[in-house]
Design a protein around this ligand. Structure first.
Ligand SMILES: [Zn+2]
Length: 403
C-alpha cells in the first residue's frame, strides 16, 4: 500500500528524499523450488514529513506478507555478537528500571528469546515473547520461552494488563517495523505498569545519514526514527523519553527508555540540536546523500569488475538483510558473485532475494576463490577476524560507506 500520510502526525505533506528503485522483501530468503516463481518487487523509497520531520517508507507491505507467508530467517540466538549485545542490554535495563525477581518482562518481536533469556537469567523475571513468525516462535518455545504467536495489539495488551502489566516492554529492531503506530502505542500504554519502561532499540536516522548506510533501508523498515519527531509523538500518549543511548548495533542504533512519569532525558535537547545541525529534517540534504549513494555504487562495481577482469573469483560473506538492499541496488548478481556464505542454518541452502545467490556455509570457500565481499559491513572486523586464519590469501572487499 502506498503511504499517503505521516505515521506520526498524519500530515499529508510528504516529500520523496531517498529512492533506491524496486526491491523484493529483503528478509525473505528464497527456497530452491521458489526460484522459478515470479518475484514481487516494491518501490524502496523514503519519504520525509514536512510537518514533523519523520522519515518513513513510501510503501507498506502488509505485515502478514512480511512475517507469516514465508519462513523468517533471522535468528538472534545464532550470532555471538547479538547474544553479547542482548546480555549487556538486559543488565543495563535491570539496573535503570529497577527490575526484580517476579517482574514481567515482555519482548515484542522477541525472535527466539535471546533478550528475554538474559533477563530471566540475570534477574529471575517472568518472561513473555510476542512473535508472529511461526518458525521462529517454534525455536523460542523449544528454548523454554513462553511465546504468544501473534502481532502485538489490543488483545495481547489486554492479556498482559490482566497479568498485572509489564515492568519492561522491550522491542529491539522491531518498533521501526510497525505500520499503524497509534493503535500500537495505545496497546503499549495499556500493557505497561506505571513504574515500567518501554525499551526500544531502533536504527537511528542520524547514523544512517552520517554513515551513508543506505543499505539499512529495506521494505521491512516502515519508519526511520530521529528524536525530534519521536519526542513530540510520545507526548501525545503522556509518555516521556527518560534516557537515550547511542550504539553501533546494526550499523548505528539508539536505545530509548520511554516512561509514564519521571524526568525527561537531560541530553535530549543537545541530541535534537545535532539532528538539526545535520539537516536531518531538510529534504535538500538528502539530494547530496543520494549523490554519495550513487558514487558508492559505481565505486563498488568498479572494484568488483576489476577483480573479475584480473581473473578473480568473488563470493559474498554474510547473508544479512542489509546485504540484500546493497546487492539489489548495485545490481550485483551471479555474474559477479559465485555465492554468499552464512553461519545460519535458517539461511544455508536458500537464495538471496532478487540477486538469487545461493547461500552456503563458510567451508564452501575453496582454494580458487580469490575475493570476498563483506555484506554486513558493521561486523566486518569480526568476519575478517574469523575467516583470515582459515583463508589467509583471501582479499576482502569491505564496502566503504560514509565517513
Ligand atoms: Zn509527520
Amino acid at each position: 500500500m502506498p503511504v499517503s500520510s505521516c505515521s506520526l502526525c498524519a500530515s499529508s505533506e510528504l516529500e520523496l528524499v531517498i529512492d533506491l528503485g524496486f526491491h523484493p522483501l529483503a528478509d525473505t530468503f528464497i527456497k530452491k523450488e521458489e526460484l522459478m516463481q515470479p518475484e514481487v518487487r516494491y518501490p524502496l523509497q523514503v519519504l520525509l514529513c514536512k510537518s514533523c520531520g519523520h522519515a518513513m517508507s513510501s510503501y507498506v507491505v502488509p505485515a502478514t506478507k512480511r512475517y507469516q507467508e514465508h519462513d523468517y530467517s533471522y535468528d538472534s540466538g545464532n550470532s555471538k555478537v547479538s547474544v553479547e549485545h542482548f546480555g549487556e542490554m538486559a543488565q543495563e535495563a535491570i539496573q535503570k528500571v529497577g527490575v526484580g525477581a517476579g517482574d514481567l518482562v515482555v519482548d515484542i518481536g522477541g525472535n527466539v528469546g535471546t533478550l528475554l533469556d538474559a533477563f530471566r537469567a540475570q534477574a529471575g523475571t517472568h518472561i513473555l515473547n510476542i512473535e508472529p513468525a511461526g518458525n521462529i516462535a517454534d525455536i523460542a518455545e523449544k528454548n523454554g520461552v513462553e511465546t504468544v504467536r501473534n502481532f502485538f495489539g489490543g488483545e495481547v495488551a489486554h492479556t498482559i494488563a490482566k497479568r498485572g502489566g509489564a515492568k519492561v516492554i522491550a522491542m529491539t529492531n522491531a518498533f521501526n517495523h510497525i505500520a499503524y503506530l497509534d493503535d500500537f502505542m495505545q496497546g503499549i500504554v495499556q500493557a505497561l505498569r506505571p513504574d515500567g519502561a518501554f525499551l526500544i532499540e531502533v536504527p537511528y536516522l542520524l547514523h544512517l545519514v552520517e554513515k551513508l548506510a543506505f543499505d539499512t533501508v529495506y521494505l521491512e523498515h516502515v519508519s526511520y526514527f530521529a528524536l525530534r519527531p519521536l519526542r513530540t509523538y510520545f507526548k501525545k500518549f503522556g509518555l516521556v523519553i527518560s534516557d537515550v543511548i547511542e550504539n553501533d548495533y546494526m550499523g548505528g542504533s539508539m536505545r530509548l527508555y520511554v516512561r509514564k512519569s519521571g524526568p525527561g532525558f537531560a541530553g535530549l535537547a543537545d541530541m535534537v540540536a545535532r539532528e538539526e545541525a545535520a539537516q536531518l529534517f531538510d529534504p535538500l540534504m538528502y539530494r547530496g546523500f543520494m549523490q554519495k549513494v550513487l558514487a558508492f555504487k559505481f565505486s563498488l562495481l568498479k572494484e568488483l569488475l576489476e577483480a573479475k577482469a584480473e581473473g578473480g573469483r568473488i563470493v559474498g560473506i554474510g547473508a544479512a538483510t542489509k546485504g540484500n538492499t546493497l546487492l539489489n541496488y548495485c545490481g550485483i548478481d551471479a555474474t559477479l558473485l559465485e555465492f554468499v556464505t552464512d553461519a545460519s542454518v535458517l539461511k544455508i541452502g536458500k537464495y538471496t532475494p532478487g540477486s538469487h545467490l545461493e547461500i552456503k556455509p563458510d567451508e564452501a570457500i575453496t582454494a580458487g576463490i580469490t575475493h570476498a565481499l563483506i555484506l554486513p559491513w558493521n561486523i566486518g572486523d569480526f568476519l575478517r577476524g574469523k575467516l583470515t586464519p582459515k583463508y589467509p590469501s583471501l582479499v576482502f572487499i569491505t564496502p566503504h560507506m560514509g565517513e
